[in-house]
Design a protein around this ligand. Structure first.
Ligand SMILES: Cc1ncc(COP(=O)(O)O)c(C=O)c1O
Length: 412
């Protein structure tokens, strides 16, 4: 069974005990953390407490319960700002998740500015959420969506990228960590190169925010997006960070209550940033839960967490690569805790179904990155992604089960 060296540097059992899902499913081996993470009790309690003891709408009522909820909701905004080192909480917009955050930038920032012949640069490893919003506005404007190619290891071709940068490019939108290949992209360099040509950069941080400390000011990134549910927080809530100079130029693209200063039948004056981007009743309980998840993550030794998860990934890579006919898809030098693989010509859904019957939760398919699958000429991969409550002993079980599945399919 598993190698315990990691337990010395990181008390995974203590962490795991904070996640109620594992007391309900003690045998669950959860390796689908790139899809969503489980929630610690503190997050679940924060949401439950909110509904049981505090529920009220925000920015409207002036009675004490409503005022208190508004205060808590806005406190989380400051907490998020501090968490990603934003200059001001006014640069933090609540959305329903990464997808909504990217759509907001595409619709509110870029769409009104994009002209025929302009260009938007993305990469060949984008999640559909950071592809389709740009593709749609490019099509409408007669602009071109350009794609930074990748090599077989799943690394960006930065030489090519440099040649693509020109005055025609109006946005570079790039994933920080690829959800299907695990590649960690050199976003610092990409931002610097883009800024040399005055091009704003959006970084999709959906897969990075749980594992690494983000400092948006040090990165000098113009827009940064993430989802609560991949950060041990609730679903249905996410963040768009935007630099003030950009947010203040942006008109909202969703209209209604809570985003206005004044309304007549003739005209509406919008509220200031960030409220003008938060039309209607937002996911208040989700925001409260996100605050609790940030407290949880902040209470961890983040460098220790990153080392622990890197240790798990290296351990898994070593063992998986020894399995006959298993090929890891995405072998970048700089790789995160996401391992995609194919196993002979066995369909990834079959692999995942077999593993599922043994309580191993693992993802199979194209991972919302169909062009990545096209690039490798495969229909999909099986993907294991690790988090703080995983352990080497679980990886040992996975490896043995994969060997069994291979044997089984060879025998039929
Ligand atoms: C890299 C990346 N970007 C964007 C998304 C979309 O996130 P959400 O579905 O939370 O909006 C995901 C989700 O898997 C992702 O992995």
């Amino acid at each position: 069974m598993g190698n315990d060296i990691f337990t010395d540097m990181f008390d995974y059992k203590k962490i795991r005990a904070e996640f109620p899902i594992f007391s309900h499913h003690p045998d669950l081996i959860y390796f689908d953390n790139a899809a969503t993470t489980h929630k610690p009790k503190s997050v679940i309690d924060a949401i439950s407490n909110f509904y049981q003891k505090e529920n009220a709408n925000i920015h409207r009522g002036i009675y004490p319960l409503a005022a208190q909820t508004t205060m808590k909701y806005e406190e989380v905004r400051s907490k998020v700002a501090k968490f990603i080192q934003a200059n001001s909480s006014n640069e933090i917009i609540y959305t329903s998740g990464t997808t909504a955050s990217i759509n907001l930038v595409a619709q509110s920032y870029l769409q009104p500015r994009l002209q025929e012949g302009d260009e938007v640069i993305i990469s060949a490893m984008e999640h559909h959420a950071n592809l389709i919003p740009w593709q749609m506005i490019c099509k409408n404007a007669g602009a071109n969506l350009r794609v930074i190619p990748i090599n077989k290891k799943g690394e960006l071709d930065l030489v090519k990228f440099k040649t693509m940068l020109s005055r025609k490019v109006k946005m570079v939108a790039i994933v920080h960590i690829s959800n299907s290949l695990g590649t960690i992209n050199p976003i610092e360099e990409i931002i610097e190169l883009s800024h040399q040509k005055d091009i704003p950069v959006l970084v999709d941080g959906a897969q990075s925010v749980a594992h690494y400390s983000i400092d948006v000011q040090a990165l000098d990134v113009d827009f940064f997006t993430f989802s609560g549910h991949k950060l041990f927080g609730p679903t249905g809530v996410g963040i768009l960070y935007g630099k003030k100079i950009y947010l203040e130029q942006m008109q909202p693209y969703q209209f209604g209550g809570d985003m206005i200063k004044n309304v007549t039948f003739e005209e509406t004056i919008f509220a200031e940033v960030p409220q003008r981007f938060e039309a209607g009743t937002t996911n208040i309980a989700g925001v409260i839960g996100l605050g609790a998840s940030i407290d949880f993550v902040s209470s961890l030794d983040r460098v220790g967490v990153a080392e622990y998860i890197k240790g798990l990934t290296d351990y898994a890579m070593n063992k998986l690569l020894k399995i006959n006919d298993l090929e890891v898809v995405g072998t970048a030098k700089n790789k995160s805790s996401i391992i995609s693989f194919t196993l002979n010509n066995i369909h990834p859904h079959d692999v995942a179904t077999f593993l599922g019957t043994d309580n191993i939760a693992i993802r199979a398919g194209n991972h919302c990155t169909q062009p990545v699958m096209d690039f490798y000429k495969i229909t999909g991969t099986t993907r294991a992604s690790f988090s703080i409550y995983n352990h080497t002993a679980e990886i040992d079980v996975l490896v043995e089960k994969i060997k069994e599945i291979r044997e089984f399919f060879l025998s039929v």
